[in-house]
Design a protein around this ligand. Structure first.
Ligand SMILES: Cc1ncc(COP(=O)(O)O)c(C=O)c1O
Length: 387
């Protein structure tokens, strides 16, 4: 489908960027023109219905962000002070910050060396009588072993939440990302495969939990209330109709978006397959990885730090992003007593992070631009090895 917005033409290759066509422009134009008064929610309702169908869930709630979705579900489940929530150490802080919003404690588990997602064995080791929930993350479009994780959660009576922020269109053993656990949350941030600029969606099946989330996201107003008499102090988490219109158009094109992401990854793989010291995103049997961010992991023996490589690529007009630093290594979590133990306790997260980098993965890429990124990568690695 032809593009409606300009793709970057300059020399610098950005790390991410969307694929917007006339369909998106038409829907947003319609929303800004008509989605007011009694029609105010028309695009939100269509987007929610279509997204629920896409993930096979009963309910979908459109939100200003994925972070809001994770916050809402933790609050609706009654997770609070004194409770623990297990999350993988290798992820973006948005996966864990909502645990602190409700006053609970994040507990960091290690990730699998191939998928880079939550490891079920490490999860089992982190469960205590205080554990109320687990947030499994579909990192960079890959999927964890959801069966093994669900088994641990079931054994211990712990709620499983799927952070599917980065994984629209991915699947595990035939089930789509977003279908696992009591609820899941997607992000539509501007860098994501399916974008609304900023935005998110919470998916769930349970009617009561859905009603509780609807209540909490509207300032604790009983559903259908027209008298503005709130019964609890809660939150204001809504998506605008313009964002919902953009999201609906993108969702109607999701197969095309996902196919292009997989194609982009295949261009990189063809370019880098012959490099024995560079590993890339894995795709286990039974998994469809949508490669939100194409990622390279340099062999340990190279002794190249990701931030040095980022800088060297930047000098060659190629933008990149560091693989997430382990959450437990962040200053933000310096006061958690467990953080000091995580370097030993989560060796995979700590082992991969310093030598891994996300390469440009936006929809502006072509085989020629990917070749340019890979030439720059080889050149930068050569420079750093000589230095
Ligand atoms: C793994 C993960 N979880 C959660 C989020 C939060 O998404 P949002 O920025 O929409 O709140 C992100 C966003 O980048 C993410 O990558």
């Amino acid at each position: 489908m032809p593009r409606a917005v300009a793709t970057p033409t300059g020399d610098r290759i950005p790390v991410a960027g969307p694929w917007i066509t006339q369909l998106e422009v038409d829907y947003v134009t319609d929303a800004v023109t008509n989605a007011w008064f009694s029609q105010a929610n028309m695009y939100n309702e269509r987007f929610e219905r279509a997204f629920a169908e896409h993930t096979g869930r009963r309910h979908a709630i459109s939100l200003p962000s994925c972070t809001a979705g994770l916050h809402l579900i933790l609050a609706a489940l009654g997770v609070g002070p004194g409770d623990e929530v297990v999350i993988p150490d290798a992820t973006w802080i948005a996966s864990s910050a909502p645990i602190s919003y409700v006053g609970a404690t994040p507990v960091f588990a290690d990730v699998d060396p191939d998928s880079w997602c939550l490891d079920a064995g490490s999860l089992r080791d982190r469960i205590t009588p205080r554990t109320k929930a687990v947030i499994a993350v579909d990192l960079y479009g890959n999927m964890p072993d959801m069966d093994a994780i669900a088994e641990v959660c079931d054994e211990h009576g712990v709620a499983l939440i799927e952070d599917s922020a980065e994984a629209v269109g991915s699947s595990f053993r035939g089930r789509p990302a977003g279908a696992f656990g009591v609820a899941s949350a997607f992000s539509f941030h501007g860098s994501k495969t399916l974008t609304t600029g900023e935005g998110g969606m919470l998916l769930l099946d349970d009617d009561e939990l859905h009603a509780r989330c609807q209540f909490l996201r509207d300032h604790g107003r009983p559903i259908g209330d027209r008298t503005f008499r709130n019964t609890e102090v809660a939150f204001k988490y809504k998506m605008t109709s313009m964002q919902a219109a953009l999201g609906l158009a993108q969702l109607e094109r999701v197969d095309e978006l996902v196919a292009r992401k997989r194609e982009i990854f295949s261009w990189y793989r063809a370019e880098l397959a012959a490099e024995p010291d560079i590993a890339m995103n894995a795709e286990a049997e039974g998994v469809v990885n949508t490669y939100w961010m194409v990622t390279v992991v340099l062999d340990d023996a190279m002794r190249i730090d990701k931030l040095d490589l980022m800088e060297a690529l930047g000098r060659r007009n190629v933008d990149s992003r560091p693989f997430f630093f382990p959450l437990s290594s962040l200053e933000a979590y310096r006061e958690l007593p467990q953080s000091a133990r995580c370097r030993q306790g989560n060796p995979v997260s700590y082992g991969i992070s310093p030598r891994a980098l996300n390469l440009p993965s936006g929809f502006d890429l072509t085989p020629e631009r990917v070749a340019r990124v890979c030439d720059a990568l080889r050149d930068a690695i050569g420079e750093l090895r000589r230095g």
